[in-house]
Design a protein around this ligand. Structure first.
Ligand SMILES: [Zn+2]
Length: 477
């Protein structure tokens, strides 16, 4: 039996904040409450005598570890012959250092391939490397009858979520295919997680830009305006209504898309949504037409929006109409990867690094400024992602019996973000020079201290596949 006590901190969960200890036994939460010794739950002398470890959390907040349900580690972009800069070792180490204790990444079905083949290939890539617990969504790109028949098999196997791209070249699924997937997931306890942009409009706008010589990275923004996102978001919600299926909208970036989600929820539909730190703390001023190729560092889809949209997203998070913040960590080196699109912005690999900075950016922009309560911070970074993607109640809470995935954070400690000090292999950070709070002093995964005051103590491959149950509309936040 191994025991650990996180003593004398302020415990913050999705619905509670107050002084407390957290007792961990054999990797699970064994007790939570104010002064466990004074209240007779724990004999501290005996505990220490038996070799129990104590973390002094005075001055710290003790919270569920972050859950990042949108990462792209070792993710191939076949069109460009490029793979993201982090594998499952460097990416999960970076996550752990940023307070993440579970990721839900992706397996990618290539055309002609079965979903099961894609799953098995992906497990082989993750298992030897991950230092934190993991699962993945299945990206469905080739919707055939035999592929739809595999969806219940994957749900039964604990992989209940399916990513669909409404745009993106070789990954696109058209409305009929999306509807077919929605019908099967609705019938079997699965969830569609959808990237919403109107492909006809994006394709048309890109062609117009290139024909008129607008090829620099700053033109990425005007090729994908907010309205193309809002339209596709609305359409996906309508199709989910046809199938009576629950739906999760990936990376909401605009006021219009957020409003469509809020309206669906007001109608009682099972629609949930995520946004990402880049849409909350950056704005479209990063696409400076005079910024040269440096602008490529900020090329992701959808692009960052104006400050009005950014503020609407904070409001939606605080109101609960957007329920979670994921990173969409898709790291591409500035040198030799982003540069693939030096003469044509459509060949810049899309994505930003962010797995390590997600919690600090939301903590700083949300809690420190008062836009979110500490409990809402835990909801949007841990509890809600766990509920949406079938990880609850093992993950995302500090309830007795839950996995002891815990972060201990000094809410006053300020750090200046510097790519050289982060653990991702990528060669830049979009947040370089920003001062943030919310990096963990300690990160615990299943009761093991895996980051100890900035030092990574987790051996490669210690992560386990997280158990996930079916997803029902009623369970969604
Ligand atoms: Zn993504």
């Amino acid at each position: 039996m191994s025991e650990l006590l996180i003593a004398g901190g302020t415990v913050v969960t999705g619905d509670h904040m107050g002084p407390g200890d957290v007792l961990v036994r054999d990797g699970r939460i064994a007790a939570v409450g104010p002064d466990l010794q004074a209240n007779g739950v724990l004999d501290r002398d005996a505990f220490e005598h038996q070799g129990g470890r104590i973390l002094d959390a005075s001055g710290h907040w003790v919270m569920p570890g972050g859950i990042d349900t949108h990462t792209h580690l070792a993710h191939p972009i076949d069109r460009l012959g490029i793979t993201t800069a982090d594998d499952f070792f460097s990416g999960t180490v970076a996550g752990a250092c940023g307070g993440v204790t579970t990721i839900v990444d992706f397996s990618l079905q290539r055309r002609g391939e079965s979903l099961i083949e894609a799953r098995d290939r992906r497990l082989g890539e993750i298992e030897p490397d991950a230092v934190i617990d993991y699962s993945f969504h299945t990206i469905v790109t080739d919707v055939r009858g035999d592929v739809l028949a595999e969806i219940p098999v994957l749900i039964e196997d604990g992989l209940p979520s399916f990513k669909v791209y409404m745009t993106y070249g070789d990954k696109i699924v058209h409305d009929g295919g999306l509807l077919g997937i929605l019908e099967v997931t609705a019938a079997h306890g699965g969830l569609v997680y959808v990237h919403c942009e109107n492909d006809c409009a994006v394709t048309h706008l890109i062609e117009k830009h290139l024909e008129t010589g607008r090829t620099g990275p700053a033109f990425h923004k005007s090729s994908r305006p907010p309205v193309v996102e809002a339209e596709a978001t609305h359409r996906a919600i309508m199709l989910a209504g046809v199938a009576k299926a629950p739906l999760c909208i990936a990376h909401v970036t605009s006021a219009g898309a957020a409003r469509h989600v809020a309206e669906a929820r007001e109608r009682g539909e099972a629609v949930v949504a995520e946004t990402c730190p880049q849409y909350l703390v950056l704005d479209d001023s990063v696409y400076d037409p005079d910024g040269g190729f440096e602008v490529a560092k900020f090329v992701c889809s959808p692009p960052m929006r104006s400050a009005l949209h950014r503020d609407a997203l904070w409001d939606a998070l605080a109101a609960g109409s957007v329920q979670q913040v994921s990173s969409d960590h898709a790291p591409f080196h500035f040198r030799n990867q982003k540069t693939t699109g030096r003469d044509n912005f459509t060949r810049i690999p899309n994505g930003l690094p962010g797995i390590e900075t997600r919690l600090p950016l939301v903590f700083t922009g949300g809690v420190t400024t008062g836009r979110l309560t500490p409990q809402q911070f835990v909801q949007v970074t841990a509890t809600n992602p766990a509920r949406i993607f079938g990880l609850h109640p093992r993950k995302g809470t500090l309830d007795v019996g839950a996995d002891a995935d815990v972060i201990v954070v000094d809410p006053d400690a300020e750090v200046e973000i510097d790519a050289a000090g982060l653990h991702s292999r990528v060669d830049y950070s979009p947040y370089q020079g920003m001062k943030v709070r919310g990096f963990p002093t300690w990160t615990l995964s299943r009761g093991e201290v895996i980051v100890d005051r900035g030092e990574v103590t987790a051996p490669r491959g210690r992560g386990r596949r997280a158990e996930r149950g079916p997803i029902t509309s009623e369970a969604l936040p």
